[in-house]
Design a protein around this ligand. Structure first.
Ligand SMILES: Cc1cc2nc3c(=O)[nH]c(=O)nc-3n(C[C@H](O)[C@H](O)[C@H](O)COP(=O)(O)OP(=O)(O)OC[C@H]3O[C@@H](n4cnc5c(N)ncnc54)[C@H](O)[C@@H]3O)c2cc1C
Length: 392
């Protein structure tokens, strides 16, 4: 039997997060928006930590962190449901107690130095593969690492690195064997900032908090014990990091779309033109109807991809579909919602334009629309995926 209902536990957790967002985050929105417009963080690190602590007191900490590391070890479906709730506000917040999935691949010493302090919130990481000359085609990276005695010496430039401004260590990918390239010649290194790399913020159209950075490596010396995983096996680690939860990106956008739909339903019923609410006009109703259908479709694409993750299936095809549909549709939905708000939608008095700028990124990072389409088409053409989906 196909069952679309949430379990009692899933509903309880979802409702807890919904209340947390409503009670703790929503009241911060106007101030967060004001600060972002002044080129400041929406919420300060101290405010974020206080909110995380409050959630932790209620037992909410380490959403996907395994229980043996003190986390909740929640399922992918549950995590998606949580992201949808967090996406309902533009206050930039995530629960504490999380670390990059590939840090679990470290040896015991690396776990002590990097994984555990990251989970505890004492250290901050960033993931660095993209370069000025290699984005979609990540196999074409040129940053090099050469071995000198017991050290590796890294040279090169990374770009668009989220968290690169204030990370105190990076997981950086460098070519260690040019002949082999991505197939055995790329290695991942854990590199502390004080080993010598520098960063420079990149200004973007999205929120100030999201500014990525360029990272510069000029003869940066890294001890050999800082290789994460095996020498030459870094590309697979990079793919594992990127594949950690592509479904979570459209999940957050979905929350924003739900919120904007609610705002638009209310606005269209109160705003009158030519003697009647604009909600009476078919032009407006069609925008609302199309958006509602797309929101519903996106919800099930996201949750189905998450369900595949929980079921231990190869979920990459489903995740690409959720990411592609989410990116394209969220942009169209936000555009319609802005249209329904008329001139006010274009102003900075309402958060609609904030979402408009924000969701644009979804079509670019962690695999552009075109790259998702490429993946989906290839899977179908090679017979790795069926047009009938999981029902076969
Ligand atoms: C805000 C932000 C945060 C980011 N965070 C990180 C991060 O933390 N770490 C990190 O390593 N990277 C990060 N990135 C980089 C991001 O993943 C890349 O920007 C993205 O993969 C696209 O690469 P590119 O910008 O080089 O575009 P390109 O690869 O140059 O692509 C340009 C255009 O060509 C299209 N295209 C490329 N190849 C094909 C093809 N074969 N067929 C059809 N069309 C194609 C693309 O879809 C795109 O439209 C971030 C980017 C941004 C903007």
């Amino acid at each position: 039997m196909v069952d679309f209902a949430l379990s009692d536990t899933e509903r309880d957790i979802r409702d807890w997060v919904r209340n947390f967002v409503q009670r703790e985050l929503m009241p911060l929105e106007p101030e967060a928006l004001r600060r972002e417009r002044n080129g400041e963080r929406g919420i300060t690190p101290e405010e974020r930590d206080a909110l995380r602590e409050k959630a932790r007191q209620a037992g909410f900490w380490g959403v996907q962190t395994p229980e043996e590391y003190g986390g909740m070890g929640l399922s992918a479906v549950m995590t998606a449901l949580i992201e949808i709730e967090l996406g309902r506000t533009h206050v930039p917040f995530s629960f504490g107690g999380q670390a990059d999935n590939i840090l679990y691949r470290g040896n015991e010493e690396q776990k002590q130095r990097y994984l555990l302090p990251t989970i505890a919130g004492e250290r901050k990481s960033c993931f660095a593969i993209t370069e000025p000359g290699a984005g979609s085609d990540a196999k074409d990276i040129r940053t090099t690492a050469r071995k000198e005695g017991s050290e590796w010496v890294i040279n090169g430039e990374k770009t668009f690195i989220t968290g690169g401004i204030d990370a105190d260590f990076t997981m950086v990918f460098a070519v260690t064997d040019r002949e082999k390239g991505a197939d055995g010649g790329v290695t991942c290194f854990l590199v502390d900032r004080d080993m010598g790399w520098t960063s420079e913020p990149i200004e973007i159209m999205g929120p100030w908090d999201r500014r990525p950075a360029s990272l510069y490596f000029d003869e940066v010396r890294v001890p050999e014990e800082n290789v994460l995983g095996e020498v030459g096996q870094g590309f697979a680690l990079a793919m594992q990091w990127i594949g950690r939860g592509r479904y979570l990106l459209p999940a957050r956008a979905l929350g924003g779309c739900e919120r904007l739909m609610e705002m638009s339903l209310a606005h269209s019923q109160s705003r009158e033109t030519f003697g009647a609410p604009i909600a009476d006009r078919q032009a407006i109703q069609w925008m609302l109807a199309d958006s509602a259908v797309e929101i519903e479709a996106l919800r099930w694409l996201v949750l189905q991809a998450a369900w595949q993750v929980d079921s231990g299936m190869d979920s990459r095809h489903a995740q690409s579909m959720a990411k592609l549909f989410g990116g394209v549709r969220a942009n169209e939905i936000v555009d319609r919602m802005l249209q329904i708000h008329g001139g006010m939608g274009y102003t900075k008095e309402l958060p609609v334009e904030r979402w408009y700028r924000d969701v644009r990124l979804l079509r670019i990072f962690e695999g552009t629309d075109e790259i998702q389409r490429r993946t989906i088409a290839r899977n179908l053409l090679k017979g790795h995926a069926s047009v009938s989906g999981v029902l076969g």
